[in-house]
Write a protein that binds this ligand. Structure first.
Ligand SMILES: *Cc1c(COP(=O)(O)O)cnc(C)c1O
Length: 367
């Protein structure tokens, strides 16, 4: 058996001819940066998400950094976020000179526990930065209410949840700004790095557009210290092939998620299946279960021996990573999640047969 955590070859094979055509087109044009594909992709992504402005960038990490910077967040400011995410979430906050303040998670969804946010707000707090982890929305209604009450910005980390929704609205469009990633493992993956900012705020959008090209509105007339962070033409051309199919891909991810729910239900004394909150539509960028037996490492090793790829997202909570480890937080749910979680193979084209093999191996491994 050889079942990777993620297999992109199905989609690449399916769309091979189209990718060839658009990539050849970019090569023939000789135009690689800030050309027609990037502009067209931005317009198409804005229409898909239902936002006024979409700004193509180098990566999801840069999207977070540039969004924070454009919102005027910097030294002496605090930004409240979840303790259970990829490092880039906190890193971006630190990168603009601000301080990340970590809040524990809701054990059902792995997302920020909104009940605990208010206690973390201080006079320095400038923004709330919820992450929509694994393809599932954070609970945005209380986040938005707190932002209104305390006059805070809301910056959404949508790196893992492009196309997912909260009460029927696309994630990343509920707060002030949404930050997306097109890293190949994400829902809408490029053939390299890429990212996007989506916003309805004209002023924020203008700042973001300047910041991605060295702080210039007009070339060589730089007005502020910025970045070099552009989505290139090859990536934009690839993304334009994939964007019209994203809803179908998310539907397939949901179907695969439901199939695992059914296949694994009988193991509920030993594992906890991913919880789905009623307010959203989980699109399963990852299918992340919890191992209740305390033997996650053994299970992972067993599966690896069977040729099945798994991953622990994430083995440490953000507050226990070296750059933040001195801060002495105690966030028990985030810490417990890091000891229990295991992500198993999922991608849109995964077949029922592959999922049955994964489920059978899980059963044996947990026996
Ligand atoms: C992937 C990811 C990022 C960073 O995106 P890149 O495009 O890899 O820079 C940020 N936040 C989360 C939650 C992610 O999963």
């Amino acid at each position: 058996m050889n079942i990777p955590l993620l297999d992109l070859t199905g989609e690449i094979n399916e769309l091979w001819a189209e990718f060839q055509t658009v990539i050849n087109g970019v090569l023939r044009s000789g135009h690689f940066i800030m050309g027609p594909n990037t502009a067209a992709f931005e317009a198409e992504a804005a229409a898909y998400l239902g936002v006024k402005h979409a700004i193509g960038l180098n990566s999801g990490t840069d999207a977070l950094v540039i969004a924070l910077k454009a919102a005027g967040i910097g030294a002496d400011d605090e930004v409240i976020t979840t303790a259970f995410s990829f490092f880039a979430t906190a890193e971006a906050i630190s990168q603009v000179g601000a301080k990340p303040v970590f809040v524990d998670i809701d054990p059902l969804t792995f997302n920020i526990d909104t009940v605990q946010i208010e206690a973390a707000i201080t006079r320095q707090t400038r923004a709330l930065l919820p992450v929509h982890l694994f393809g599932q929305a954070a609970d945005m209604t209380p986040v938005l209410a707190l932002a209104e009450k305390y006059q805070l910005r809301v910056i959404e980390d949508v790196a893992q949840a492009f196309g997912a929704e909260y009460h029927g609205r696309k994630l990343g469009t509920l707060g002030d700004v949404g930050c997306y990633s097109f890293f190949p493992t994400k829902n809408l993956g490029a053939f390299g790095d890429g990212g996007l900012i989506g916003t309805n705020d004209d002023q924020l959008a203008e700042f973001c557009r300047m910041l991605r090209v060295h702080g210039a509105r007009k070339k060589y007339f730089n007005e502020m210290i910025g970045y070099n962070s552009r989505l290139d033409e090859l990536q934009a051309a690839v993304l334009r092939v994939k964007l019209p199919r994203i809803d179908r891909m998310l539907e397939l991810r949901r179907e695969a998620g439901q199939r695992y729910h059914a296949l694994l239900a009988e193991l509920d004394d030993r594992i906890v299946l991913p919880g789905e909150a009623a307010y959203g539509r989980h699109v399963f960028n990852q299918y992340t279960l919890r191992v209740k037996t305390g033997k996650r490492e053994q299970l992972q090793q067993y599966l690896s021996g069977q040729g099945i790829g798994t991953m622990v997202f994430y083995p440490l909570p953000l507050h226990q990573l070296p750059p933040y480890a001195g801060w002495q937080y105690s966030l028990p749910e985030a810490e417990r999640a890091t000891r229990e979680v295991l992500s198993i193979p999922i991608w849109p084209q995964i077949t029922p047969e592959i999922q049955e093999q994964v489920a059978a191996a899980l059963k044996e491994g947990l026996a």
